[in-house]
Write a protein that binds this ligand. Structure first.
Ligand code: ZN
Length: 320
């Protein structure tokens, strides 16, 4: 993740002065999803599984042990092999492409694990797995940024694997190239998600996506998931209901902010998106993109809260 630092400080200030009734900030993009009427589908009758928080935390530890994971680094290769090995039984697809960045061309790869359903609809759960190239000169291990959400998706895969699903398929997407190579801009960011959104627009998959749920920086022991402004009201409601069901509402939607992340290219092509992200990592977000983004700042309980809310959201999105 995500934005240039000056924006981040501004956001943090806004966050402190906003409250749940604050009107959404003016948007310059992706206005349409928020206007969509509530879809008619119902929750599935099948209960949602629960994640194993200790195992999810172990997956964060294993990624951090690879060291920095910026594109073309040894750690990047290691995490790609790790994802291949963990997801080898899950209909894994590799979406390879070459990205032209301000510092040259890079071979990047999104991974997509596919769990079939009984309809042509799709629920997408997504994360990015790489760490920023522009931080290659500090020891940035991305326990929270990159590590936490990737670990959570791997644990969600454990919960889906080998079970018959009715309703939409679930596709788990592990994006490469979310981060800027030099400095965050429209063209130097979101390489993997821009590539995949274009591909799914062309092949028609985008039209079949019932919801796209992105997780990013969800491991912070002091968990406060933002209300990101590009999500449609009905999908926010499903998130709120899932959190209420699990008695974890206090961790959700205390602040309303606009954030650039891997959901943006999908919002632009009309896919209903939500970004579950905690952009207040340490006081004034000081641990974000710093060498202090380490395991000791994380809690397995935070992974558990977000993981179980996502699985309950999936249940609520899975009926006819
Ligand atoms: Zn980041």
């Amino acid at each position: 993740m995500i934005r240039p630092i000056p924006h981040m400080l501004l956001l943090a200030t806004m966050a402190l002065t906003s409250c749940a009734s604050t009107k959404p900030a003016p948007q310059t993009e992706a206005q349409t999803p928020a206007e969509d009427p509530k879809p008619s589908f119902k929750p599935s009758a099948e209960p949602a599984p629960k994640i194993d928080a200790a195992r999810a935390m172990q997956y964060v530890r294993e990624q951090v042990a690879f060291g920095p994971r910026w594109p073309s680094s040894p750690g990047h290769k290691k995490i790609q092999d790790y994802l291949r090995s963990k997801l080898k039984r899950d209909g894994l697809e590799e979406d390879r492409f070459t990205a032209s960045t301000p510092v040259g061309k890079f071979d990047l790869c999104n991974f997509i694990a596919k769990f079939p359903g009984t309809t042509d609809q799709i629920i997408v759960l997504a994360s990015h797995y790489e760490t920023p190239y522009h931080l290659k000169d500090i020891k940035f291990v991305g326990a929270n940024d990159g590590g936490s959400s990737t670990a959570l998706l791997l644990e969600i895969a454990n919960q889906l694997r080998g079970k018959k699903r009715t309703g939409p398929a679930i596709w788990l997407v592990f994006f490469d190239g979310e981060e800027a190579f030099k400095q965050w801009s429209e063209t130097d960011s979101l390489y993997g998600s821009r590539h995949l959104a274009e591909k799914w627009k062309q092949d028609g998959a985008a039209k079949r996506i019932r919801a796209f749920i992105l997780a990013d920086m969800i491991g912070d022991a002091d968990l406060n998931i933002e209300l990101e402004t590009k999500s449609p009201p009905w999908l926010r409601d499903i998130t709120r209901q899932a959190a209420a069901d699990l008695n974890v509402s206090a961790h959700f939607f205390g602040r309303e902010t606009s954030i650039e992340d891997d959901h943006v290219p999908f919002a632009r092509i009309g896919v209903p998106v939500i970004d579950l992200i905690d952009l207040d990592y340490g006081f004034n977000n000081v641990f974000h993109h710093s060498a202090d983004d380490t395991l000791d700042k994380l809690s397995p309980r935070s992974l558990e809260i977000v993981g179980n809310v996502i699985l309950e959201m999936v249940r609520r999105l899975s009926g006819d």
